[in-house]
Design a protein around this ligand. Structure first.
Ligand code: SF4
Length: 380
């Protein structure tokens, strides 16, 4: 487990405030997200955990502006760099998705284009939007040149690098764009750098390969490279290791942890697996039936779970630090969100429910610094 990076108001990357989302279906209105509040900071790995149907993925889609047509945001704010994404025009939202938010999903094959090489798929992000990425492409190459100059000893190569540096600096000052050919060259160099960053062996070769030529783990690494190459403020990773075997899963999680330290992005890791949260995340938010029911530092929550649902979740997974004779799953199942239970949505399954629980919804309160819980047993 990790220690939480220093969190201040300053390095907040994303803030979700009182988000409420419903889906209009033939069967009725599904009250999927019921007032979610969430804050995630730069260089922080936040685990969003819960059973399927708890609202984790809907929260991610709402953040990314990718909710399906039958969804309706009733209320709330998704603040990114101080701007509410929910109030932005389609064009502004597209821009935010291009530059600030990136997603990685469980099955990369669904999102990778099977008839395009990995390299083309990465470089296309830039060459299709050269006006937006001109400065970034030039700056990335200038940073690469600085690194290369630090290591280079051959005077001829040093002079060539300096020449390229001067030309790029002039282009950077110039208000006109860069040619498509130059954009492609810079994008290729950047793509290979990111394929290296995600530890793909022989990145130059992978650049020329098609998705079907890569293994599941390599495809997932390529997807992560594609997501990070735009230097997003927030990376949403939804069940990214579920389809992988245990060894590859461990490698991908190790990579995500390393990337947390290398890139400035806030990473939200969506999973139903508490083991992954314990191994990888700094903080955890536990979701149940469209609500965050507990949130805090991973070590604190694992040592001292408060909400009866979190306690139940921990009772359902084997833990090396606790000896248990029987693993007890949380009794019952996630409620029907067309007619969700009144008050605390967990009350029909809660072993500690009392008179007040079905009558009103417990607010998420700060039980102690860095540990929030939504349960009347702890106040509210
Ligand atoms: Fe259980 Fe009541 Fe707490 Fe909900 S508020 S978790 S029903 S004790």
């Amino acid at each position: 487990m990790n220690s939480t990076p220093q969190l201040t108001k300053k390095n907040v990357a994303l803030e979700v405030r009182n988000l409420r989302v419903v889906f209009h279906t033939y069967a009725g209105v599904v009250k999927a997200i019921d007032g979610v509040n969430l804050t995630v900071h730069s260089k922080e790995l936040l685990g969003l955990v819960g059973e399927s149907g708890s609202g984790k993925s809907v929260t991610a889609l709402a953040i990314a502006g990718l909710l399906p047509e039958n969804a309706e945001v009733l209320e709330g704010e998704v603040l990114l760099r101080g701007k509410d994404l929910l109030k932005q025009s389609k064009k502004e939202l597209r821009m935010a998705r291009l530059t600030d938010i990136a997603l990685v999903f469980q099955d990369p094959m669904t999102y990778l284009n099977p008839v395009m090489t990995i390299g083309t798929q990465i470089t296309e992000i830039f060459t299709g939007n050269l006006k937006i990425y001109k400065d970034e492409l030039i700056q990335s190459r200038l940073d690469q040149i600085e690194n290369e100059l630090r290591q280079e000893t051959d005077p001829k190569k040093i002079s060539k690098l300096n020449e390229e540096k001067t030309k790029l600096e002039i282009k950077k000052q110039n208000s006109s764009g860069i040619s498509k050919k130059e954009g492609k060259r810079l994008a290729k160099l950047l793509a290979i750098e990111y394929l290296k960053l995600v530890k793909l062996p022989e990145p130059e070769r992978v650049f020329k390969m098609y998705p079907f030529e890569l293994s599941g783990g390599m495809r997932q690494r390529a997807m992560i490279a594609m997501a990070l190459v735009r230097r997003p403020a927030v990376l949403l990773a939804d069940e990214i290791t579920t389809a992988l075997d245990v060894t590859v899963q461990a490698q991908i999680l190790k990579l995500i942890k390393e990337l947390r330290d290398k890139v400035d992005a806030a990473i939200i890791l969506i999973t139903h697996d508490l083991g992954i949260v314990a191994e990888t995340c700094d903080r955890v938010a536990v979701m149940y039936a469209g609500n965050i029911v507990e949130e805090g530092d991973v070590i604190e929550i694992f040592k001292n779970p408060l909400h009866p649902y979190t306690v139940g979740l921990f009772g359902a997974v084997p833990r090396p630090d606790i000896e248990k004779e029987n693993l007890e799953p949380v009794p019952g199942s996630v409620p029907d969100l067309i007619n969700p239970p009144s008050g605390c949505r967990f009350h029909p399954r809660c072993p500690k429910a009392f008179e007040r629980c079905p009558k009103s919804k417990p607010p998420l309160i700060e039980y102690k610094p860095g540990h929030k819980v939504a349960c009347f047993l702890y106040g509210g």
